[in-house]
Design a protein around this ligand. Structure first.
Ligand SMILES: Nc1ncnc2c1ncn2[C@@H]1O[C@H](COP(=O)(O)OP(=O)(O)OP(=O)(O)O)[C@@H](O)[C@H]1O
Ligand SMILES: [Mg+2]
Length: 293
């Protein structure tokens, strides 16, 4: 296994911020360089160990979806070393960087779900609703929903993202017409990707997108697209409602952490080597399937 890359330092560029996974550098007023590291977070806590190669896998998966999707997105170049020649002196960054349009992020996680899992299942158990959407009684964990639903969450600058109802969502976006448009786009993209993957024996249970706006108010998909960090992927063969289905995503790490006596606050527990290895195996398995689409 190669070594995990958990930190970056590009001397030629100014680092604007570091997310849980990505380091974001300023190229100029209109462009950013985004580097996907091997960092991994769960329950909003970043682990000390990285998952070797994860950033490359996420970058390749996102680039594939961006190239297929029929909507405007932030990618300017998937080979930024052509434009930024100094990147050749950072071989560890190869296959992890994209040059993107610098946009104003809408502080919402645009989540579409076709199946009941995660925070949606918790909300449903408590209230029978998710983001103000009433669901039929008696649904089991991981059960298929009658219709895919849009479950927006506010992006918290620190702490956990919070699910909100559609009215609150529209207030945050501000422009109600835009809010309705983006809501229909995320649902359409979810259904499109779900139908492509089901042909390959994979269930896309849910996915999250982010959008940004340019100065004219045009919307773009930003950040990442339909990766195992931002989505849930299950196998058609082993799927069964009522249990946490075997998966090709971060749920594997979460399921492991639930076996520990850890309060989900920093500091994080160490990640054992075999958990790290099994995680990257799963990420690579879903990568192979997505790249074959
Ligand atoms: N084209 C873009 N223009 C502006 N910001 C972007 C663009 N693409 C991605 N971003 C932002 O860059 C950051 C990428 O880092 P990362 O994915 O690690 O964040 P994160 O841990 O998910 O945290 P956050 O809650 O801030 O999104 C995110 O904050 C994302 O919203
Ligand atoms: Mg992110």
């Amino acid at each position: 296994m190669e070594q995990a890359l958990t930190k970056t330092d590009i001397k030629e560029l100014k680092r604007l911020f570091s997310g849980k996974v990505r380091d974001v550098y300023e190229v100029d007023n209109n462009k950013l360089l985004i580097v996907a590291t091997d960092r991994i977070s769960a329950f909003d806590v970043v682990f000390n160990e990285g998952i070797p190669e994860k950033g490359k896998v996420l970058t390749r998966i996102s680039n594939k979806w961006f190239s297929m999707v029929g909507y405007r997105h932030h990618i300017i170049s998937t080979e930024p070393e052509k434009e930024l020649s100094f990147l050749s002196s950072y071989p560890e960054l190869k296959d992890r960087c994209v040059l993107v349009k610098r946009l104003k992020r809408i502080d919402i996680e645009f989540v579409a779900r076709g199946y009941l899992f995660g925070s949606a299942y918790k909300d449903y158990q408590r209230s029978g609703e998710v983001c103000g959407i009433k669901l039929p009684k008696g649904l089991k964990l991981a059960e298929k929903l009658p219709e895919p639903i849009f479950t927006p969450a506010i992006k918290a600058s620190s702490g956990h993202d919070e699910n909100v109802n559609i009215e609150k969502y529209k207030e945050i976006v501000g422009d109600r017409g835009l809010a309705e448009k983006l809501m229909s786009i995320i649902l359409e993209i979810y259904k499109w990707a779900h139908d492509l993957l089901i042909e390959k024996g994979i269930i896309l249970a849910d996915t999250k997108l982010e959008f940004g706006l340019d100065e004219e108010g045009n919307y773009y998909i930003i950040d990442e697209m339909i990766t195992p960090d931002s989505s849930r992927f299950w196998s058609v063969d082993t799927y069964k409602p009522g249990i946490s289905p075997p998966n090709f995503d971060k749920q594997f790490i979460r399921d492991y952490l639930e076996t520990l006596d850890w309060n989900k606050q920093p500091p994080p527990p160490p990640l054992p080597k075999d958990i790290i290895e099994k995680t990257i195996e799963r990420y690579k398995a879903i990568e192979r399937i997505i790249l074959s689409l």
